[in-house]
Design a protein. Structure first.
Length: 189
């Protein structure tokens, strides 16, 4: 967390996630993730980006009801929520190291799983990283830097951006000449 303002923003978002979780409102959780990634694109803080990834992954997990049928799901989900609560507490106490440890612990929860559930959740996290990378790239950060920040390959990001149309910007479209002349006259009098 580079600034106090960013810490307060992440804290508000995490509290919003906590509230949305009680309603199992995965759409609101996705929206909160997008708010975090918008700010993260500006400051490029890895801690903030990690928060966006875990929030987005969480929204995808609760969106898909089938995960609840796996034997380790309840324990995993309970520990995930406890990690978010602990991250909130750490930020409230201005303990950035504990906050980072909680975010890392949430990501490491996958390692405690076995079998299919582990594979499914690992895939959700991987897709969340790629999705959030595409959002950062969409905000104008280079593809290479974005991939490096999120620990994905440039190839993965390029493939995703190509499929979603994020990189489809028509650079040949310019302002009509009359509008450019009008602006130039206003500027130069």
């Amino acid at each position: 967390m580079e600034t106090l303002e960013e810490k307060e923003h992440v804290l508000r978002v995490l509290k919003g996630v906590d509230t949305a979780l009680k309603r199992e409102d995965y759409v609101e959780i996705k929206n909160l993730s997008n708010k975090v990634i918008h700010n993260a694109s500006i400051i490029q803080d890895p801690d903030v980006i990690s928060v966006a990834v875990i929030i987005y992954a969480l929204s995808k997990l609760i969106e898909r009801e089938n995960y609840k049928n796996y034997k380790d799901w309840k324990k995993f989900y309970k520990n995930y929520l406890k990690g978010i609560d602990n991250a909130i507490i750490a930020l409230e106490k201005d303990n950035i190291n504990n906050f980072r440890n909680e975010i890392r612990a949430i990501r490491e929860l996958i390692q405690s799983l076995s079998g299919s559930l582990r594979n499914f959740i690992a895939e959700v996290f991987r897709k969340a990283e790629i999705n959030k990378a595409s959002r950062i790239y969409e905000h104008g950060i280079s593809m290479e830097k974005t991939a490096r920040i999120l620990g994905i390959s440039v190839w993965e990001l390029a493939e995703y951006a190509g499929r979603t149309g994020i990189s489809d910007v028509n650079l040949a479209v310019t302002m009509p000449i009359r509008e450019r002349i009008k602006i130039a006259e206003e500027v130069w009098g």
